[in-house]
Design a protein around this ligand. Structure first.
Ligand SMILES: [Zn+2]
Length: 317
């Protein structure tokens, strides 16, 4: 049976708020091995949906690394910390990496700040340290304001463009990807295991979300992910922030489709069509693609067209 790329769980509410969490309805902590010492962790509701974003856990004899921390809700964070500690031992967690500032990835930092260093890119830490306006989800008007985080809810370490370290036999690379989903995205490449945790740089089978208010750029994301896939070994498995892990060729297929759509928009932009005309007409047909399957609650087709258009306008200015 064809396995859907993304289960039917994506709603803005699910991505951005934890929903009701009670003793009668505890979440599940589902750990699925990917390759080598790396697993994905999905927090699930009893009815099969997911809370927040995927987390990634690397567990080896030299300790563990957690990538991303799910949503900012004290009971949920306490649950995640307990579950991670139960697997790694309180002493075993060596590092927590936050891929970018969005609350469904960075929300649980406070729970880990006394347990292990929490690292993020400098732009991410800056965004969490000040009042930050959130991306327009669904429409450009649907923004939110995130207040500055308390010191213990912010990453304690920052990295610049790249950094490499060893966790026993595992070589771990933190790689900054500027101007993509946000301006502070980090990819965590577990070289020895052959897994790249890519946060929200890859959206399986869907239009990618772009935080254009905070340095994201639609075409920048496509270019950056293309470079990443070119650079990493072909057998690398990519774990996105939402949805199932993908092979490099699946990521490439996703990129090729989006590039074809961007090509159509680029031609129409150069020909002087207006944004309203383009949205009314929709993305041009691309062989074998049904764009109606690509829109979702966070980025419907009209929003993706706007995001690409903004990127084209920026280039023209
Ligand atoms: Zn995000």
């Amino acid at each position: 049976m064809h396995r859907p790329l993304l289960p039917p769980l994506v709603s803005v509410a699910m991505l951005w708020s934890p929903g009701p969490l009670t003793a009668q309805r505890p979440p599940t902590f589902d750990v699925a091995p990917v390759a080598g010492i790396v697993s994905t962790v999905v927090l699930g509701t009893p009815d099969g949906n997911a809370y927040g974003a995927n987390m990634v856990l690397a567990e080896g004899p030299a300790g563990a690394i957690l990538v991303d921390t799910n949503l900012p809700a004290p009971p949920l964070t306490a649950f995640v910390v307990d579950q991670v500690n139960a697997r790694t031992g309180v002493e075993g967690l060596r590092l927590v990496v936050v891929t970018h500032w969005h609350p469904d990835h960075s929300g649980g930092v406070s729970g880990f700040s006394g347990l292990a260093p929490v690292v993020a890119h400098a732009r991410t830490v800056a965004r969490l340290s000040e009042e930050t306006q959130g991306v327009g989800l669904v429409t450009p008007e649907s923004r939110f304001v995130a207040p500055p985080r308390a010191w213990n809810a912010r990453p304690s370490l920052t990295v610049g463009d790249s950094s490499v370290f060893e966790l026993g036999d595992e070589r771990v690379h933190l790689m900054h990807v500027p101007g993509a989903h946000t301006d502070g995205d980090l990819v965590v490449w577990f070289e020895s295991s052959g897994v790249a945790a890519v946060g929200d740089l890859v959206w399986p089978g869907l239009f990618p979300s772009i935080d254009a208010v905070n340095g994201g750029d639609a075409r920048g994301l496509l270019a950056a992910v293309g470079e990443l896939v070119d650079r990493l070994p072909p057998e690398t498995v990519y774990v996105p922030g939402h949805g199932r892990p993908l092979t490099g060729s699946e990521v490439r297929t996703w990129l090729d489709a989006l590039d074809a759509g961007v090509g159509d928009l680029t031609r129409r932009h150069a020909a002087g069509e207006s944004l309203d005309q383009v949205i009314a007409g929709g993305l041009g047909p691309v062989d074998g693609l049904d764009w109606s399957m690509w829109g979702h609650a966070v980025v419907p087709e009209s929003r993706w067209i706007e995001l690409v258009w903004e990127s084209l306008e920026r280039e023209r200015r």
